[in-house]
Design a protein around this ligand. Structure first.
Ligand SMILES: [Zn+2]
Length: 116
């Protein structure tokens, strides 16, 4: 399962940053094209942090809409699928911005610590 590996990485980052302090909340940004199911990530994360200072921490997932700029006509648009062409001119030569990133943006251990 794709999400389990991701959840393991998230748990490792969170525990490293928390330095043994109890974690109450973790903010996660997930690109709309990252192909992860938020509920699945949350479940896997809970399993990964069982017995650690992050046990019981709430994982708050924010989805980030992928966008792209067409290199042919400079049109900017939201990308729904990886291979969506430019809706204005049909070009496939695009500069994508975001979409498949998975990033821990916030770890709350009593005091909020900005990571990004
Ligand atoms: Zn275009």
């Amino acid at each position: 399962m794709h999400e389990l590996g991701i959840a393991r990485s998230i748990a490792a980052i969170v525990l490293d940053r928390a330095e043994g302090r109890p974690v109450t909340r973790v903010g996660l940004e997930v690109g709309s094209l990252a192909a992860v199911v938020p509920e699945s990530i949350q479940f896997c994360f809970e399993v990964c942090v069982r017995g650690t200072p992050a046990e019981g921490a709430a994982l708050v997932v924010t989805e980030v809409q992928a966008s792209a700029v067409c290199r042919d006509c400079s049109h900017r648009f939201d990308v729904g699928q990886w291979l969506d062409p430019c809706p204005r001119c049909g070009s496939l030569v695009l500069d994508r911005q975001g979409g498949d990133e998975i990033a821990v943006i916030e770890i709350e251990t009593g005091a909020i610590e900005e990571v990004a």
